[in-house]
Design a protein around this ligand. Structure first.
Ligand SMILES: Nc1ncnc2c1ncn2[C@@H]1O[C@H](COP(=O)(O)OP(=O)(O)O)[C@@H](O)[C@H]1O
Ligand SMILES: [Mg+2]
Length: 263
């Protein structure tokens, strides 16, 4: 069964989409079967994966009852994609008044959950109904954090929201880890915020750190993950290391849960 991992943070511009694309490619390079779902109407994970922007999205899946196999696209980088584009705004509004509005994605993924090792969800920078659907079906959250002054304040709010989501839609949801993005080790503020994150969240902070790297900013305009744009760049190496760490952590959690179950 796939690990469903939601990449989330209400804040925009923190590296969610960059992480979604490059972890999808990193896990695929490790021969994992990966599906990346773009839940952001901006569709950046879609175009950054070289996928047609006008293709079918979760709107078709949730509202028009299109079978899930018909909305899945194959990228040139090993992983599959359910695209996102502006039609998702209609999707968000279209499900608003449904009594089970948080569970459309969970229901849609049920027939294909065994076809993948990982299903990665790229969330929009808002707590809307699409994010609610991501958190409604995810096993794990990955939270990209930019090490800047307001990051800690934003995180406290985010953790509060996660507790509410656990109560209301998904009691099994767990934070797999916080990932430090756009890291500039020469900046004192970055170092301070990074230390604070380690102090407050200890083993929930990934050891891997994503440096600020111009190649990572360039790659989406070529419709490629960083490993295919510049495989030797610091950004590529960092995302490969993160992908391996995610795989280790997700599997360790799964085995730990199995041990708790009666034999
Ligand atoms: N490690 C990095 N180094 C340099 N630029 C980055 C890095 N991570 C993301 N970016 C750039 O920062 C901007 C915001 O990143 P993005 O992944 O789109 O954030 P989000 O999805 O959280 O809004 C994009 O232009 C992206 O290319
Ligand atoms: Mg994004």
């Amino acid at each position: 069964m796939a690990h469903i991992v939601s990449i989330t943070n209400q804040k925009g511009g923190v590296g969610k989409t960059t992480t979604a694309i490059n972890v999808a490619a990193g896990l695929s390079a490790m021969r994992k079967r990966v599906l990346l779902i773009d839940l952001d109407p901006q569709g950046n994970a879609t175009s950054g994966s070289g996928i047609d922007h006008t293709a079918k999205t979760c709107l078709h899946l949730f509202i028009e009852n299109t079978p899930v196999e018909q909305v899945i696209q194959k990228s040139s980088y090993g992983y599959h994609v359910i695209p996102g584009n502006y039609s998702l705004t209609r999707c968000d509004i279209g499900i608003m008044n449904h009594p089970r509005k948080a569970f459309f994605l969970k229901q849609a993924l049920a027939p294909i959950i065994n076809n993948y090792d990982y299903i990665l969800l790229d969330c929009p920078p808002a707590l809307n109904n699409l994010t609610l659907n991501a958190q409604g079906c995810a096993h794990y959250l990955i939270v990209p954090v930019q090490c800047e002054f307001f990051a800690l304040e934003g995180l406290t709010k985010l953790l509060g929201t996660i507790e509410q989501i656990k109560k209301q839609v998904n009691p099994d949801l767990k934070v797999l880890g916080l990932i430090r993005t756009m890291f500039d080790g020469r900046s004192r503020l970055t170092q301070y915020v990074s230390k604070e994150l380690e102090k407050h969240f200890s083993d929930r902070v990934f050891n891997s750190v994503i440096p600020r790297n111009i190649k990572l900013a360039e790659a989406p305009s070529h419709g490629k993950p960083i490993m295919y744009h510049d495989p030797k760049s610091q950004g590529a190496l960092a995302y490969l290391a993160l992908s391996a760490e995610i795989d280790r952590k997700a599997n360790a959690r799964q085995y730990a849960n199995l041990l708790k179950e009666p034999v």
